[in-house]
Design a protein around this ligand. Structure first.
Ligand code: TRP
Length: 332
């Protein structure tokens, strides 16, 4: 059976974009793959995280996986920092990856911003750690959003260079699994920006912790244009906010955007937004509720994370033994 690895950063404000673009897709994959789902706390600290918040956010990612339907008996759920193989392999990959490759990473450029001199070395080396996450388990398939495609290409480059340099076939070349329709959920305040945990406006995102009232309020305030909904997807061109809300509806209802427009063509947002609110409350609300319920018992979540870490470490151990042998590290 092929192996899946994916991760979500525990950096707070888990939102509808994380759910529709990533976590939701993890559930169905359990049928066909051996799945390893990680809360990537070591990636999170590439930018500053308050320690108490990081701990709580790490549990929250685990709780969100479970609430969404990832079965911790079948799949592995764990925190990255609890399995040493990630850090060990990341160092080796830092010595395989080239500066020139990392210089091309658009996520680094975006996150480092203008003040690049002041970005952490970890933020720069982020993609080596991500490659290590995946390849420590020789995972073959990685479900991610569009924005992570470049990092996965780098993972392939690292695997290939490692295999070439050491004349081995240690690592597989991973395949991205990119999901359809509304995998890219945009800000409710600006349809040209991704929904993001770091947007200063709470109204830009619907989070896992939002209740019915705040979901309704945020959607009521969501930016739109003045026109009614069009008849075809073509008519959503140049209307990013309308396209985003239709996309969210489609993803939540498991419909195509066209099917949503077939139902709502000609409707004003004063009609569409309440319908979208009902749907979001019905589909997303219970998952947030379940996440909050799990968070009320952190000891239970920690038990799941501990068991996950043990299973993950057992899978990574033979890979790390092989890699160390290939690289020429001694085994005293
Ligand atoms: N970089 C990913 C993100 O920000 C998170 C991540 C870390 C990841 N390691 C991974 C995703 C390994 C897939 C596989 O979304």
């Amino acid at each position: 059976m092929s192996r899946i690895f994916s991760g979500v950063q525990p950096s707070g404000n888990l939102h509808l974009g994380n759910y529709l673009g990533a976590i939701r897709n993890f559930v169905g994959l359990q049928e066909d793959y051996e799945c390893i789902y990680c809360a990537v706390d070591m990636h999170a600290i590439t930018v500053w995280q308050d320690p108490a918040d990081l701990r709580s956010n790490t549990r929250e990612v685990a709780a969100a996986y479970i609430a969404a339907g990832v079965d911790p008996k079948r799949s592995i759920i764990f925190a990255q920092s609890t399995v040493a193989a990630h850090a060990e392999l990341a160092w080796i990959f830092n010595c395989v990856a080239r500066l020139g490759w990392l210089n091309r990473m658009t996520q680094f450029k975006e996150k480092a911003g203008k003040n690049r001199e002041n970005a952490s070395v970890g933020l720069y080396a982020y993609p080596s750690l991500m490659a290590a996450d995946i390849l420590a388990y020789k995972a073959t398939h990685v479900p991610v959003g569009e924005d992570q495609k470049q990092h996965l290409e780098l993972t392939r480059d690292i695997a290939q260079k490692f295999n070439n340099d050491y004349e081995t076939e240690t690592f597989p070349l991973v395949e991205p699994l990119i999901f359809g329709a509304a995998t890219r959920v945009m800000s409710l305040r600006d349809g040209s920006k991704k929904m993001s945990k770091s947007d200063p406006s709470d109204y830009s995102r619907i989070t896992f912790t939002d209740d019915r009232d705040s979901i309704a309020k945020k959607l009521r305030k969501a930016r739109t244009d003045a026109d009614p909904l069009p008849e075809t997807e073509e008519g959503l061109k140049g209307r990013p906010e309308a396209a985003n809300l239709v996309g969210i509806y489609a993803a939540l209802a498991d419909l195509s955007k066209q099917a949503v427009l077939d139902e709502f063509a000609g409707a004003a947002f004063s009609t569409f937004k309440p319908a979208l609110t009902e749907l979001a409350v019905e589909k997303f609300g219970p998952i947030g509720e379940e996440m909050k319920r799990l968070m009320a018992d952190p000891a239970h979540v920690d038990t799941i994370l501990k068991e996950g870490a043990e299973r993950a470490a057992a899978l990574a151990a033979p890979v790390m033994a092989e890699v160390k042998e290939v690289v020429g590290f001694i085994r005293p």
